[in-house]
Structure formats: structure tokens, C-alpha cells
Design a protein around this ligand. Sequence first.
Ligand code: PDD
Length: 308
Amino acid sequence: LKIVNNDALDMTHSSHHTRAPSGRIAYVGGRYLPHGSAGVHIEDRGLQFADSIYEVCAVTDGRLLDEEGHLARLERSLGAIGMKAPLERGPLRAVMREMVRRNHLRDGLLYLQVTRGAYARDHMMPATAKPTLIMTTRRLAPEIVEERRRNGVSVVTRPDIRWRRCDIKATALLANVMAKTEARRAGAYEVWMVDEQGFVTEGASTNAWIVTREGRVVTRDLSSSILAGVTRATLLRAAAAAGIHFEERRFSVGEARAAAEAFITSATGGVIPVTRIDEDKIGSGVPGEITRRMHELYRALSASEAQS
Ligand code: PDD
């Protein structure tokens, strides 16, 4: 199987004329392959129906962050769509580590996807199981993330048009992709999706947080309306241990606009300050003190729990 070795896929090389292998290694169907020539079958249900689950895990200094949380959520998402993990946790961890090692990854992301596998196309889920396990890695320069953390980012709000099982980390992300694209075209970094009652659900690929003028840290309570972020969970544990008051509840766009601070969390960036929502500056329009503290708490706890 071959896929087009386009430069967007293989970002280590930018020239259209050179097709030298990048050295990136992908894992697919039990094999480690050059990234540019790794692929899945054209009748893979991940491709046809987005019948698949994924995880994104940050790698810092060569170590996987929040690994157990991501593995637990993977198992939960798979269970929710009636699939079993293709590998037990131990062997899965071993492949994840091997991918970090083979790709010489210090700072970046590990992407993991489990599809239901390739079958003759039929909406009905097949009775037999032959899942496809895919992993890729990607470098992410820490300076790029740090620049966002220093300056903050802006978000725009849009109606949340996703399905009602956003707690499942499925690759059916078209609504997220469309909303994120609109946000980027509007000059913002992220979109905050808003439910029919006017409450913020979450970002296209991040959880949403505000800090009230009373200094309370607020993030939406868990339900099928949002993804249970692993970063969110670690940060809440860190905040509890530090004695910081937080509330897990819904907040409206109006409350967010009037907040003292706001931020987003995800594996890809940890805690990133939000300094603008639509047309409004948040607080004084610069990253807030409590947000910075939350970043420090998250970083310290996730680093202390990371295993080599
Ligand atoms: N996105 N909400 C949504 C809709 C997400 O897609 C993500 C993660 C999060 C944050 O979850 P966590 O803290 O576990 O990364 C919240 C990943 C990073 C992605 O799609 O790239």
C-alpha cells in the first residue's frame, strides 16, 4: 500500500523536488514503516465511517505525559463503540515507547488511532474483530507553544453542531474541523463551541476554562457534551492538591466575556491563556496570573507522574 507522499504529510521536507525519506517512522497493522509509505486499506471503516477512536499524547523530554489517563480514556472510548483494545496496556505502552525511540522524539506528540478495520462497506458493524492500530509522531518545537503561552491566544464562539456523544474520542471530527477552520480564518487560534442554551461546551480540540473576578476557576462539568480532557483531569487534581477553589459547572458566553481570565487545556499545549473572546478582551487583555499558576501546577504534576 502506498499513499501520496505529499509534503503536508511529511513535514520534515518542504521541497517538491526532493523525495528523500524523512526518517519518520509510523506504526500500522503491527509494523514499523517509513512515514511516507505507511497506509491503510481503502475499505478501512475508519476511512469510510469514521468508525474509529484516537488519542493524542504529549511527549516532553522524550517522556509521554499523562500516559495512563490517555490509555484509560482510549479503553473507555473503544468500549463505548463496542470495540476491544487491539493490544493490552502493557504491549501498547511498549509500542508507544518504541515509536518515541525510533523517531528520536524529544518534544512533540504521539498520535494513536484504532479503527474497526477493513471490511466490505456496510453500515452494520461487523461481528468479527480485526482492528487497525496506527501510531505516528510529530515534532512540536517547545518555542512555538511557549510563544502562545506568553502572548495568549484569541477564540471566537460558534454554535456547537456536533453529535451528542462528544465524550467518545472518535475521529468523526468534521464539525470540529469546520469550526476550527472558521476560527483560524477569522484570525483566532481556537473556537469555543456554544450549546443551544448559550453555554460554552469546549474548544474544537481543547477544554475551555474561565477564572471569575472572585478568583474561582471554572470549567464545564463532565457529560456527553464534552470530551473528558486528560489535561483537564490532571489540572483539577493539581489544583485540588494546591488548595485552589474550582467549580465544575457550565458557564455562558456572557460570563466568559466578563471573566477575569480564561484559558484552554489539551495534550498539545497544556494550559494556554485566552486573552480575547470574539470582540472582547478578557481582563486586561494579557495572560492572567492564575492561568500562569495553573500552567505551573499542571507542568509540575504531569512531569512528576511521567515515566520514561
Ligand atoms: N484534542 N476537547 C476536545 C474536543 C478535544 O479534541 C481535546 C483533545 C480536548 C482536550 O483533551 P486532552 O486534554 O485529553 O488532550 C478537549 C486532541 C489534542 C486533538 O484532537 O488533537
